[in-house]
Design a binder for this molecule. Structure first.
Ligand code: UDX
Length: 434
C-alpha cells in the first residue's frame, strides 16, 4: 500500500518506519525541517530502542522518505494523522489545533477512495466531526485507529500490537475502510492479532479508557502505599500477593513515585474535561487518581528531608530523570519534578540519567548533570533513585557506600535490594515499605 503519515513525532516517526518495514511505500510528513532532516538521515530525534535500525533499513530499501510538504501526501491511498493533542494552556482539555490543521491541509490532496486514518488521542466526538468534513470536501473517507504503543517498546508495539481497533463509519463505507486497514496490517492479522471494528465514538473511548484504567491502577497501588506507610506494611509484598489473582494481575501495580510521560497525565485530565463538557461527573474520580499521583512526589521530597534534615546546602544525587527507563523522555517526569523541587529548596542536586541528561538539561538548566553515575554519587549526602534503569538496580551497594558522604538512599521506584543496602550500612527508605 502507499501510505502517508502526517506528523513525525514519537507516534508518527515510529509508525512511518514500521509501515515501511512491513513492505509499504511510506512518506512521513512534518512541518519541522530539522526533524525531517534527522529522520531522512536515519537518526531518530528521540531515544527508542530498535528504531534507528528499522529507520535505516526502511530508508535503504527506498520505501521510506520524509518531507515537509503536505502535497507529497498526494498519491498515497491511506493517510495516517499522527500529530500531537497537547493539553490546552489554562484548561485540561485536549488542544485539537494540530489535528484539525492536518486534516484540513490534507483535503486538497485526497483522491476518491482514499482513507484518512486518525491515530492521535482525541476527545470523543472528534472523529465524527472530521469524518463529515472529509466526506463533504472530497471523495475520501475517515477511520479512527488509536495507537497503544509504549515508549521503550514502540517498534514491537507497532508491528505486533496487542490488538487493532478500527473506528469506522456505518455501512459499505465502513467495510471499505476495514478492508483498507486490513491490507495495511495484514502481517500481524495473519499472525492472529485480534482486531475489533467499532463505531467512531467507541474507538476514541477505547484509547482514553485504557490509559485511564492504567493510571487508576497505578494510583490505586500508590494509595495503598500511603496506608502501608501509616501501618508498617510492605506494599511490594502486598502487590505480589493481590497480583496472583488473575482478575487483578501483577502488572502496573508497582508503587513508587508515580506515573508521568506524554500520555497518562494529559490523557486522564483531557478525558475528565470531556466528561465535564458532556455534563457528566462519571470521571470525577480521575481527579483523585491525579492527586494521589502528585502526592507521591511530595512523599519523596519528605523522605529526603527526613534522612538529611534541612536539604538546603546538602548534596543530593538524583539517579534517573526520564519518566521511565529505556526512554529519554522527561515530559511530566516525576523524577525531574522532584529534582527541581529539591533544587528549589536549596539542595545542591547532581543528576544522572543514562539517556535523559540532554532532554532534562534543556528544560531544567538549573540542575547539575553528571557524566556518569559515579560522579553523581561522589560526596552525596543522600541518593535518590527515581527511574528504575537496570544500571541503577545493578549497582553494588558497597561500591555506592564507598563513593557517598552519607549512606542514605531513597528508593523512589522500589527497585533496589533493600536488605543489601541496609547490610552495606545504608539508611534505606522505599515508598510504601517499612
Ligand atoms: C502509556 C500506555 O501504556 C500506552 O499504551 C499508551 O499508548 C501511551 O501511554 P507510556 O507513556 O509509554 O505508555 O508508559 P507506560 O509504560 O504506560 O508508563 C507510564 C508511567 O507509569 C511511567 O511513568 C511509569 O514509570 C509509571 N508506572 C508504570 C508506575 O509508576 N507503576 C507501574 O506499575 C507501571
Amino acid at each position: 500500500m502507499r501510505i502517508s503519515v502526517i506528523g513525525c513525532g514519537y507516534l508518527g516517526a515510529v509508525h512511518a518506519a514500521c509501515m515501511a518495514e512491513l513492505g509499504h511505500e511510506v512518506v512521513g510528513i512534518d512541518v519541522d525541517q530539522h526533524k525531517v532532516d534527522e529522520l531522512s538521515a536515519g537518526r531518530a530525534p528521540f531515544f527508542e530502542p530498535g528504531l534507528p535500525e528499522v529507520l535505516t533499513r526502511a530508508l535503504e530499501s527506498g520505501r521510506l522518505r520524509f518531507s515537509t510538504d503536505l502535497a507529497d501526501a498526494a498519491g498515497a491511498e491511506v493517510h495516517f494523522v499522527a500529530v500531537g493533542t497537547p493539553q490546552t494552556k489554562g484548561s485540561h482539555a485536549a488542544d485539537l489545533t494540530y489535528v484539525d490543521a492536518a486534516v484540513r491541509g490534507l483535503l486538497p490532496h485526497l483522491a476518491d477512495g482514499d482513507l484518512v486514518v486518525g491515530k492521535s488521542t482525541v476527545p470523543v466526538g472528534t472523529a465524527s466531526r472530521l469524518g463529515e468534513l472529509v466526506r463533504a470536501s472530497s471523495g475520501a473517507d475517515l477511520a479512527w485507529n488509536p495507537e497503544f504503543l509504549r515508549e521503550g517498546f514502540a517498534v514491537k508495539d507497532t508491528i505486533t500490537p496487542d490488538r487493532f481497533v478500527y473506528g469506522v463509519p456505518a455501512g459499505e463505507a465502513g467495510e471499505r475502510a476495514t478492508a483498507q486497514l486490513d491490507a495495511i496490517y495484514a502481517t500481524a492479522l495473519e499472525a492472529g492479532t485480534p482486531r475489533l471494528v467499532t463505531d467512531y465514538a467507541t474507538a476514541e473511548l477505547v484509547k482514553v479508557s485504557a490509559n485511564a484504567f492504567l493510571a487508576t491502577k497505578i494510583s490505586f497501588i500508590n494509595a495503598i502505599a500511603e496506608i502501608a506507610e501509616a501501618t508498617g506494611a510492605d506494599v511490594t509484598q502486598l502487590a505480589d500477593a493481590i497480583g496472583h489473582d488473575a482478575r487483578i494481575g501483577r502488572r502496573f501495580l508497582n508503587a513508587g513515585i508515580g506515573f508521568g510521560g506524554g500520555c497518562l497525565p494529559k490523557d486522564i485530565r483531557a478525558f475528565q474535561a470531556r466528561a465535564d463538557e458532556l455534563g457528566l461527573d462519571s470521571l470525577a474520580f480521575l481527579s483523585d487518581v491525579d492527586a494521589i499521583n502528585l502526592r507521591r512526589r511530595d512523599r519523596v521530597v519528605a523522605l529526603a528531608e527526613e534522612l538529611v534534615g534541612d536539604v538546603s546546602g546538602a548534596r543530593v544525587a538524583v539517579l534517573g530523570l526520564a519518566f521511565k527507563p529505556d526512554s529519554d523522555d522527561v515530559r511530566d517526569s516525576p523524577a525531574l519534578d522532584v529534582a527541581r523541587r529539591l533544587h528549589g529548596r536549596g539542595a545542591s542536586v547532581v543528576a544522572f540519567d543514562p539517556e535523559a541528561n540532554g532532554t532534562a538539561g534543556r528544560v531544567a538548566p538549573e540542575l547539575e548533570y553528571a557524566a556518569d553515575v559515579e560522579s553523581a554519587l561522589r560526596g552525596a549526602d543522600v541518593v535518590l533513585v527515581l527511574t528504575e534503569w537496570k544500571q541503577f538496580r545493578e549497582l553494588e551497594p558497597a561500591a555506592v557506600a564507598g563513593l557517598v558522604s552519607h549512606a542514605r538512599v531513597v528508593d523512589g521506584r522500589n527497585t533496589l535490594d533493600a536488605a543489601a543496602y541496609r547490610a552495606a550500612g545504608f539508611e534505606y527508605r522505599g515508598l510504601g515499605r517499612p
